[in-house]
Write a protein that binds this ligand. Sequence first.
Ligand code: NAP
Ligand code: MG
Length: 409
Amino acid sequence: MKHVKKSQVKSAIVELDGDEMTRVLWAMVKEQLLFPFLDMDLDYYDLHVKHRDETGDQVTVDAARAVERHGVGVKCATITPNAARVEEYKLKKEWKSPNGTIRGILDGTVFRTPILVKNISPSVRNWTRPITIGRHAYGDLYKNSEIRVDGPGRAEIVFTPDRGAPVRKLIENFQGPGIVQGIHNTDASILSFARACFTYGLDQKMDVWFATKDTVSKTYDTRFKEIFEQEYEQNWKEKFRSLGLNYFYTLIDDAVARIMRSEGGMLWACKNYDGDVMSDMLASAFGSLALMTSVLVSPRRCFMYEAAHGTVQRHYYKYLEGEKTSTNPMALIFAWSSALKKRGELDGSPDVIRFGEALEDASRKTIEAGIMTGDLVKLVAPDEHRRQVDSEAFLAAIKTRLESKLMTS
Ligand code: NAP
Ligand code: MG
């Protein structure tokens, strides 16, 4: 048998290990699909919930700083502790969501992209290319202040500057019971969001779409529109044009209608609420949460890749009982392949980029040959061949394809 020469990954990749079923799959992916083919230096951080607890969550902070230092990280899914988890793992407290902590340190925006395979068609027939959503993860509805109004009275919005006179505006003269809500955003956060979107769009060579309701919200939403426009004109337009790419702004309802009719392929920058709602719609229309990848892009040009799904707790309990589960490792594999491609690009290592592409291709082709995990079986068209396998057999099938690809290339 011909020997497959290992590729050398020049700089370190930061590895953030995680919890439950994804931790089990994570180790298998490395053992089966990475270590046999790559020499790499991993800066390892164990974000297992117990280890976060033991370190007072310092390990999460250290991991985020390492991603910032090295530029590329790859993260396994992690438990965000709630009361039940505190009990289950005997934790000192309900530690904050690791993703929230990391996002806070890297000041990043999360982009989600579906993995497309030929035998699973999106519910929207004309979507032949993936649609990526970038969700602004600060402010608006998610950091609001609300009042339930019991009866007649005057609701006002007041801003009291550190220096100068307060500004007030009438919201409503209530004649009876009702509700009031105050929301905000900051120029700094919107600008950082815009930069992350243009950075990622350029990086992935995708048009960037952005939409708000500026015709109705003439101050609030208009500010989002202005900041995006200014940032694009000043810092991105030439770079986008030189690659034949575009920035497209429209109203949110028009954007939704156009997205439904499009063939996909764009980065859709969404305000916080729009992104919350639309990313769930896209994930389900494209097939499965296990085929959704996610990347945190920091405006300081560092990237952390992960799966969009959680730790798949239900499967883990079965696994602990000794059952072989058919949990889908695709999004975890693509987190690694994307991190490797980015590392290869930053290091100028074309063979590492080619390895990342070969791994993705072998994974897709395995599903396209009808070999897949249980979650996908029901999504394949009725006349297509399919065979459900457990996670190990699925990874083994990918490995066989990967080996033969690397030997012939
Ligand atoms: P989840 O882990 O995403 O799983 C929800 C359900 O989706 C599973 O029970 C399974 O359905 C299906 N599923 C998700 N990923 C799958 C895969 N790879 N293969 C096959 N099926 C898959 O969400 P959860 O159960 O609500 O959350 C579990 C833990 O994950 C929680 O502690 C939460 O804090 C954490 N979480 C972490 C992240 C992150 O680190 N980024 C994100 C979300 C949640 P069936 O059971 O029907 O097979
Ligand atoms: Mg949601």
